[in-house]
Design a protein around this ligand. Structure first.
Ligand code: SAH
Ligand code: SF4
Length: 383
């Protein structure tokens, strides 16, 4: 059995090189080949000591995830569906903007939190992704995009948001090394401010993230009181709002930004009245005496089949935002992107990733396209 080198941060790779009887600094060279150049073939790594190059193929490999599909939206958004085995698939979305390129990355196949308004939550939980599977999404997207957009040697992805499928803080063990690779100058060199972990509020893990790898934090709040939040985000029954906001206050001293982003999904007739806005304002301005320094992102709900929920009308979203802005909290309404390819928040997976449906589609593909042509950045290059 070979190990996949995408599973290692630099420290882990150094330990692996030592096991092979090689100097630790060789790991930096290897790491740069993988994450700076997108290499997957050891023979390519010409400046690596010959002894190491010869040992590596028997001990290690560099493999990404099979691509089940790639969809390109008219607005430049690109969505990949990656096969993670056993009928499970995860999605990754690239969102280009004038001054940045953001990749939305998945952390789990399915999600155990089960939020009412989220299609991933409705699918249930399959399993945690490994560090290598989290990083493969970035590695494959980055090196595909450099070629696709004809920007060789130039970084295309400038921001990563852990806002794809899954609750990243329920997979913190695999998440932390993956974040370290995103930040490492020998790899993607992203600044801590440009890597965001979004959580539904796993309180003890917010503290752990602060200790081990503080990056920008987004908290999915969605409700101004516990009664409503218990219903929308079941994890609230374990970690109620006051505890969650305390954790946010503890996070701030370590955070790369001096505010927390709160996400609030606008659900028609559920959490979107002016009273809810005023309650939210009071909560965030008064919690702990001095309030929680924050910004709010209002996310228009993206409907999916059988959710039983509707998006708030535009005017209602605007009024809600206005109350918050006038009350002194900077509030923005998130633009939806990639609508034509179902790449917007919470649509990730859409009906495709309903677990039974995913299994059916995988089986179908296997039937139709035997053998499956798994598309990696490299095989695409050759194609
Ligand atoms: N599990 C993490 C990160 C993934 S979800 C979390 O919950 O924060 C990323 C964001 O999309 C969260 O704010 C989530 O609440 C939001 N979201 C989920 N389903 C949605 C939907 N159908 N419409 C709009 N936003 C949704
Ligand atoms: Fe899980 Fe986040 Fe979806 Fe809730 S919103 S079910 S935490 S992925």
């Amino acid at each position: 059995m070979t190990v996949n080198l995408l599973d290692f941060d630099l420290e882990g790779l150094a330990a692996f090189c030592e096991q092979l009887g090689e100097k630790r600094f060789r790991a930096t060279q290897l790491f740069r080949w993988i994450h700076h150049k997108g290499a997957s073939d050891f023979a390519q790594m010409t400046d690596l000591a010959r002894s190491l190059r010869e040992k590596l193929p028997a001990a290690a490999r560099i493999t990404g995830l099979p691509v089940l599909s790639r969809q390109d939206s008219a607005d430049g958004t690109i969505k990949w569906l990656f096969d993670v085995g056993d009928g499970n698939a995860v999605e990754t979305v690239f969102i280009p903007e004038d001054d940045r390129g953001t990749l939305c990355v998945s952390s789990q196949a399915g999600c155990a939190v089960g939020c009412r308004f989220c299609s991933t939550g409705h699918q249930g939980f399959s399993r945690n992704l490994t560090t290598g599977e989290i990083l493969a999404q970035l590695w494959q997207a980055e090196f595909f995009l450099r070629q696709h957009l004809n920007r060789p040697g130039e970084r295309v992805i400038t921001n990563v948001v852990m806002m794809g499928m899954g609750e990243p803080l329920q997979n913190i063990h695999a998440l932390i090394p993956a974040l370290k690779v995103m930040l490492d100058d020998h790899a993607y060199g992203l600044s801590r401010r440009r890597v965001t972990v979004s959580t539904s509020g796993v309180v003890p893990m917010i503290d752990r993230l602060a200790r081990e790898c503080p990056v920008a934090l987004a908290v999915s709040l969605h409700a101004p009181n516990d009664a409503l939040r218990d219903d929308l985000v079941p994890l609230n029954r374990k970690y109620p709002i006051a505890e969650l906001l305390d954790a946010c206050l503890r996070y701030l001293p370590a955070a790369p930004r001096d505010f927390i982003t709160f996400e609030y999904c606008m659900l028609d007739g559920v959490n979107d009245t002016p009273e809810h806005a005023r309650e939210l304002l009071a909560l965030l301005r008064q919690h702990g005496g001095r309030g929680v320094p924050c910004k709010i992102n209002l996310i228009p709900f993206n409907p999916f089949p059988d959710s039983g929920l509707r998006c708030s009308p535009r005017a209602v979203v605007q009024r809600f935002g206005q109350i918050l802005n006038e009350g002194g909290i900077v509030t923005t309404i998130r633009k939806t992107r990639g609508d034509d390819i179902d790449a917007a928040c919470g649509q990730l997976a859409g009906d495709v990733l309903d677990r039974t449906d995913a299994a059916r589609r995988l089986a179908q593909r296997r039937g139709v396209e035997q053998p499956i042509r798994f598309v990696t950045p490299h095989s695409e290059r050759q194609a």
